[in-house]
Design a protein around this ligand. Structure first.
Ligand SMILES: NC(=O)c1ccc[n+]([C@@H]2O[C@H](COP(=O)([O-])OP(=O)(O)OC[C@H]3O[C@@H](n4cnc5c(N)ncnc54)[C@H](OP(=O)(O)O)[C@@H]3O)[C@@H](O)[C@H]2O)c1
Length: 258
């Protein structure tokens, strides 16, 4: 059975690399037209060129309120309508609590939480008009707090709450709102974290990877494509009865029920 995405239009934030790039690739492969949004224009243009006429690059710093509305407007102007918003961009700082300043917290919330809220607000009328969907890429850290993730954890918890709240409005307005909680996924973000751990412990990168997997008690890290596949499922007709779902795609790292 097909995803039912052919000819539909998506906006994917954080689509210059990592999980967002894989999502954009998967949606274009599924027949969608996709607006790619992130800050780095050169990377977006290269991705759009690779994906062909069904991809459109829009460079924006989504921490700025006006940039969120402008990204939705640009997508509507380019493709004519909007069926799917994927809120994926996020860059919360990890580290010892004592080393994190107010600015780090504000910055983390500005992108991952407030941009999601603003994009949702700006996209809602267009999604309502099309019976569309939202998929929020959140993170396992929102369910399992950790002392080195005091920004990302609360941001992710807030986004899960927001997803559930918007799902209730979604039932009124005909918009499905669901979320994915990735575990540790092989992207530059993960590599950077493991490199820092290797440096701090004075061990090779490969050893840091093995130690992290052992700590997490998972057999391997996930791939961006594995997250993208679930986005395509949640966005498509086979998930028509999924509303407000928080789907763990984390190799089993989340051990509790909630
Ligand atoms: N990788 C993991 O293990 C993992 C685990 C759980 C959750 N997640 C979540 O999944 C999402 C994607 O993670 P990832 O690992 O793919 O991250 P990544 O490789 O660091 O990519 C982040 C993306 O966000 C964009 N971005 C960063 N700051 C931005 C801004 N101010 N305005 C607009 N775009 C911005 C980046 O592009 P520019 O720098 O060009 O703007 C990039 O496209 C994030 O929300 C992350 O929290 C990831």
């Amino acid at each position: 059975m097909q995803d039912g995405l052919e000819g539909k239009v998506a906006l994917v934030t954080g689509a210059s690399r990592g999980i967002g790039h894989a999502i954009a690739e998967r949606l274009v492969a599924g027949g969608m037209k996709v607006a790619l949004v992130a800050r780095t224009k050169a990377e977006l243009d290269a991705n759009a060129a690779r994906l062909g006429a069904n991809a459109f690059a829009h460079a924006a710093d989504l921490r700025e309120a006006a940039a969120c509305t402008a990204a939705i407007d640009a997508t509507l102007a380019h493709f004519g309508h909007l069926d799917l918003l994927v809120n994926n961009a996020g860059a919360t700082k990890r580290g010892a609590f004592a080393d994190l300043a107010d600015g780090d917290f504000f910055d983390g919330f500005a992108l991952k939480f407030h941009a999601c809220v603003r994009l949702t607000r700006a996209a809602w009328p267009a999604l309502k008009a099309r019976g569309g969907a939202i998929v929020n890429i959140i993170g396992a850290g929102g369910k399992t707090p950790a002392p080195d993730f005091t920004i990302g954890g609360p941001v992710n918890s807030a986004l899960m709450n927001f997803t559930k709240a918007m799902a209730q409005l979604g039932n009124r307005d005909g918009v499905r709102v669901n979320a994915i909680n990735p575990g540790s996924i092989e992207t530059q973000r993960l590599t950077g974290r493991l490199e820092a751990a290797a440096r701090a412990a004075g061990i090779p990168l490969d050893e840091a990877r093995k130690r992290n997997l052992a700590e997490l008690n998972v057999p391997r890290f996930g791939t961006p494509a594995e997250i993208a596949e679930v986005v395509a499922f949640l966005a498509g007709g086979r998930a028509a009865y999924m509303q407000g779902a928080l789907v763990d795609v984390d190799g089993g790292v989340t051990r509790g029920l909630f």
